[in-house]
Design a protein around this ligand. Structure first.
Ligand code: UD1
Ligand code: CA
Length: 462
């Protein structure tokens, strides 16, 4: 068993942000959530998060029940404060009083290295244990190593020194082998030498990397895929990491039987689930906890967020959030479903139709220019073009109910609270303010007046 320490106290000056760096979003998760996620499968005995700059924000976000952390599979998070951010070595020094009795290995993760694969960490720990190292460091050969600490090894792959990019000589900068910011330490060995660190460098900080010459043996382990170790220091890195993540996610779904037409124009959060033979068309974005059922076609031009879409359903140029759509239904073009809406099977919702907290029964249609808010529609209902549920009286929202097989004529307004029974027909242009029983025609508009031979008098037209 190992304990994990996550370095999350830094401000992240290069992000130029009010938000602590580790709380920036990378897809559906924050950076630090991703770092946590990467170590879940190694089953750490403890996880300690070192917080500092706006530490309360970081702590609250990690303890928030609505975040993406799988709390059932990790030990209760522990937080240690680094009040002044004097460097990564200083951050780990804060653990000294806290881990006095601790005698196992400590895996140290940078809170801004979010794309590590669990297998990589597993491998690092295994190598560490097999070789009984004092420290084992994850390294990579980068095509562009700018900004990373460079690793120097002797002929037996033992690390002799890590030099930060800014402290490197021109010759040292030619070395493309970098420190990933991921380390496995024998804690008692590290604890012994941690107090000896000096802030003798360009930044006047206590570098964790300076423990290397003080420990023995220190081994380097190269990562298989260098893209895993990208560290996020600025917004450009964040964008690059997002692209890498997207590539991973999309490759997985294509391998699992999903068609992506023009993958570069599509984004899919890694929290999304897609069944076989789903087709995603260009300019489509699928986010959060979304499930798309087998054979459905999404897009072009759609955004689906925290929603469930059934099987063989199509969504064209539409936005769906926090809603559920059943099988064999057609959504769009240009529909907006939100606020816990539920649409049944074999329905058609589209051509500028908005649903908010609306329940639509099977085989019902709202095909043109409607707003259905706080409404509950039965089965086989036909909502005429331009039908509006007037659900808001300026203070409160009210419910509209429409029974099975009822039809609303074009441009009708249903003033809530109001309930239409089953098999009701609402005449076009009606403003319905009172409940209507089953099997009725309701006409709620002024009668048409026709005056034969009527003409404007001279001068009346201005
Ligand atoms: C660090 C490494 C560098 C490595 C790179 C990999 C050091 C000295 N350098 O550099 O060798 O190549 O990561 O990405 O460690 N933090 C604290 N407290 C502090 C300072 C930082 O908790 O006082 C945290 C930050 O929140 C961040 C992490 O430590 O999550 C790394 O800090 P950062 O300043 O980004 O280090 P780098 O310059 O990237
Ligand atoms: Ca960094």
């Amino acid at each position: 068993m190992v304990a994990v320490a996550i370095l999350a106290a830094g401000r992240g000056t290069r992000m130029k942000s009010d938000l602590p760096k580790v709380l920036h979003q990378l897809g559906s998760c924050t950076l630090v959530e991703r770092v946590l996620e990467s170590c879940v499968s190694i089953q750490p005995s403890r996880i300690i998060v070192i917080v500092g700059y706006r530490g309360d924000l970081v702590q609250n976000s990690l303890l928030d029940n609505n975040n993406n952390i799988d709390n059932d599979n990790i030990p209760t998070l522990e937080f240690v404060e680094q009040t002044e951010q004097l460097g990564t070595g200083h951050a780990i020094q804060q653990l000294l009083p806290y881990l006095k009795e601790f005698s196992e290995d400590l895996l140290v993760l940078n809170g801004d290295v979010p794309l590590l694969r669990p297998e990589t960490l597993q491998e690092l720990i295994e190598t560490h244990k097999e070789n009984k190292n004092s420290a084992t460091i994850l390294t990579a050969n980068l095509p562009n190593p700018k900004g990373y600490g460079r690793i120097f090894c002797d002929t037996n792959n033992f690390v002799t020194q890590i030099v930060e990019d800014r402290d490197c000589t021109t010759a040292q900068k030619q070395n493309h082998r970098v420190n990933a910011g991921v380390y496995c330490f024998n804690w008692p060995a590290l604890a012994k030498i941690l107090p000896e660190l000096k802030a003798d460098n360009d930044q006047k900080e206590y570098y964790l990397t300076d423990v290397v010459p003080l420990l023995n043996p220190v081994m380097a382990v190269d990562v298989n895929d260098y893209q895993e170790i990208i560290g996020i220091n600025d917004r450009k890195h964040l964008a690059t990491a997002y692209q890498i993540l997207q590539m991973r996610v999309k490759d997985n779904w294509m391998a699992a039987g999903v068609t992506l037409i023009d993958p570069d124009s599509i984004t899919i959060d890694d929290t999304v689930l897609l069944q076989r033979d789903v087709i995603i068309e260009p300019q489509t974005h699928i986010r959060g906890r979304t499930l798309i059922g087998a054979g459905s076609r999404i897009g072009p031009g759609s955004l689906i967020e925290n929603s469930q879409i059934g099987k063989n359903t199509s969504v064209l140029y539409s936005v769906i959030s926090d809603s559920v759509v059943a099988d064999n239904t057609r959504i769009g073009p240009y529909a907006h479903l939100r606020g816990d809406s539920q649409v049944g099977s074999h329905c058609r919702i589209g051509n500028f139709v908005e649903l908010k907290k609306a329940k639509v029964g099977d085989r019902s249609n709202a095909a043109h220019l409607s707003y259905l808010g706080d409404a509950s529609l039965g089965e086989k209902v036909n909502v005429g073009a331009g039908t509006i549920t007037a659900n808001y009286d300026g203070v409160k929202k009210h419910q509209t109910k429409i029974g099975d097989r009822s039809k609303t004529g074009s441009n009708s307004v249903l003033v809530a609270p109001v309930s239409l029974g089953e098999d009701v027909t609402v005449a076009a242009g009606s403003v319905v303010t009172k409940n209507v029983e089953d099997d009725c025609l309701v006409i709620a508009r002024s009668k048409q007046i026709v005056r034969k031979g009527w003409r404007l008098k001279q001068g009346d037209n201005g």
